[in-house]
Design a protein around this ligand. Structure first.
Ligand SMILES: C[S@@+](CC[C@H](N)C(=O)[O-])C[C@H]1O[C@@H](n2cnc3c(N)ncnc32)[C@H](O)[C@@H]1O
Length: 284
């Protein structure tokens, strides 16, 4: 992507600015989101217009002004070219997601991970997606095979989009979306000992919710899909660092667990990696 962007901008931007451009940008439906280095920002409109002219089916170019941040994991975006809009439809694996890129979290870069989890879910599983966003993981799962999925998200916009996406994909009988803080909602007895599988796709803070997630698994055994961010000088140590971290987190607990799989999901910053670990937990 970056090579393509650089080739488009060759002869338009000075060589030193071309070299500073970041290695990739996101395309979400008909919206492109690009990070532009500080020293190149004065050329943001030229970059936006060039992308719009050359990338097929693009309607809008937004500049990302900061890293994903805050409880709702949002990125601040500024319109730089094309139609000024923030809502689009993203398609993957036969699913459609209505997304507002300004008010709810969405990343096209998790698509392979969404498919991986959907492929290992059993069709009779009752699943809890604790940080569901606009419902992406749940929709890919439910389309493939999962029987019943409960979504939780504290961001009202994401929750509304999650409901719309459930309907858009014809999954009203399989997905229930709940709005609010997962910690508060899952205190209810209704959710204890209930789930075969729980997703914790909030890598910065998932560890803070283990005490509330584990009692929601069936005591006879259930899977956790635990996401984390791992700092590491080299990628080859990331899986072992991630598993060491899990062992530290679970060292004081009095139930059995087995790590069944760990992998790097993606690079999030220099020397910071997003990982996922699948664990089977038994409490009886
Ligand atoms: C990194 S996003 C992941 C969203 C979604 N799983 C996806 O991959 O598209 C994390 C989500 O957790 C939600 N969140 C953060 N803290 C929460 C909490 N305490 N209870 C419920 N949801 C929370 C945010 O609003 C955000 O939508």
């Amino acid at each position: 992507m970056s090579k393509y962007l650089k080739s488009l901008l060759r002869g338009i931007l000075p060589q030193n600015e071309l070299e500073m451009l970041y290695s990739s940008y996101d395309i979400i439906g008909d919206i492109a989101i690009i990070k532009i280095p500080e020293l190149v920002v004065h050329n943001k409109y030229v970059i936006g217009k060039t992308m719009l002219k050359n990338i097929k089916n693009l309607k809008t170019v937004l500049m990302q002004r900061n890293s994903v941040s805050g409880e709702y994991r949002l990125r601040e975006v500024e319109h730089i070219a094309g139609e000024e809009k923030y809502i689009t439809v993203y398609k993957e694996f036969g699913c459609k997601f209505l997304v507002n890129v300004a008010t709810s979290y969405f990343s096209p870069r998790l698509s392979t991970e969404r498919l991986r989890i959907a492929n290992i879910v059993d069709k009779n599983d009752i699943v809890l997606n604790m940080f569901a966003g606009v419902g992406t993981f749940s929709i890919v799962m439910a389309k493939k095979k999962s029987s019943k999925i409960f979504n939780v998200d504290s961001n009202l916009d994401a929750h509304i989009l999650s409901n719309l996406n459930t309907n858009l994909n014809g999954l009203k009988d399989r997905i229930v979306s709940l709005h609010g803080d997962a910690r508060k909602i899952l205190q209810s007895q209704e959710y204890k000992n209930k789930f075969d599988r729980i997703l914790l796709p909030l890598p910065e803070k998932a560890h803070e919710f283990l005490d509330i997630a584990v009692p929601c698994l069936k005591p006879s055994g259930g899977f956790l899909h635990f996401f984390s961010h791992i700092k590491s000088e080299t990628k080859k140590n990331v899986v072992s660092e991630s598993e060491k971290n899990i062992k530290r987190l679970f060292s004081k607990d009095d139930y059995d667990y087995q790590i069944t799989h760990t992998q790097v999901v993606r690079d999030v910053a220099p020397r910071i990696y997003q990982t996922v670990t699948d664990l089977f937990i038994m409490r009886e």
